[in-house]
Write a protein that binds this ligand. Structure first.
Ligand code: ZN
Ligand code: ZN
Length: 176
């Protein structure tokens, strides 16, 4: 625009928006569940199965419906409604991994970790081609976030060059 130029990292921008969205959804304790037509079978290692048994409540708290299914296998029957369908298995596996890796359980940190991981997974990649309307949409979403300037990992979403800086870079003052 007339003030200068803005470079925006589309992955970081989408990630910021998705992060705040997931954080909100994780915090609402809305118990809407989505039943799976075909329950999802997840295989675990011996070790994972033992740890998960102790921590299964964390998944239930998040609105997962889970059943034991033979040795080292669980069956996911329902999941929280806000998990996206298109990469469901991966998202569920990520959440289980976070549950497994959490030593001292801090609900705030857990929620944040889940939100960051899902947001990263669900956001467009840096090199994904986007049409202009989709990019304008992304900007609008970014504008409405609480902290539009960094992604949840702390990377900048926007780099701004003022008109003055651009002119300096092109050494325009030399011609005056
Ligand atoms: Zn990311
Ligand atoms: Zn990030």
């Amino acid at each position: 625009n007339e003030d200068g130029m803005y470079l925006i990292d589309q992955h970081a921008a989408a990630e910021r928006f998705n992060y705040e969205k997931y954080l909100k959804q994780l915090g609402t304790h809305d118990n809407h569940m989505q039943d799976l037509l075909i329950p999802l079978k997840i295989e675990l290692t011996n070790q994972e199965a033992i740890i998960l048994k102790e921590k299964i409540n964390k998944l239930i708290d998040l609105n997962f419906e889970i059943e034991d299914f033979g040795i080292n296998t669980i069956l996911v029957r329902s999941h929280p409604y806000w998990l996206p369908d298109y990469c469901l298995e991966e998202a569920i596996r990520k959440i289980i991994d976070i549950v497994l890796s959490e030593r001292e359980f801090d609900p705030y940190k857990f929620t944040e970790k889940v939100a960051i991981t899902l947001a990263c997974k669900m956001s467009i990649k840096a090199n994904d081609h986007q049409e202009l309307p989709a990019l304008e949409d992304l900007l609008e979403r970014l504008r409405n976030t609480e902290n539009p300037f960094t992604c949840p990992h702390g990377r900048p979403t926007i780099i701004a060059y003022s008109k003055y800086e651009l002119e300096k870079l092109f050494m325009r003052s030399m011609e005056k």
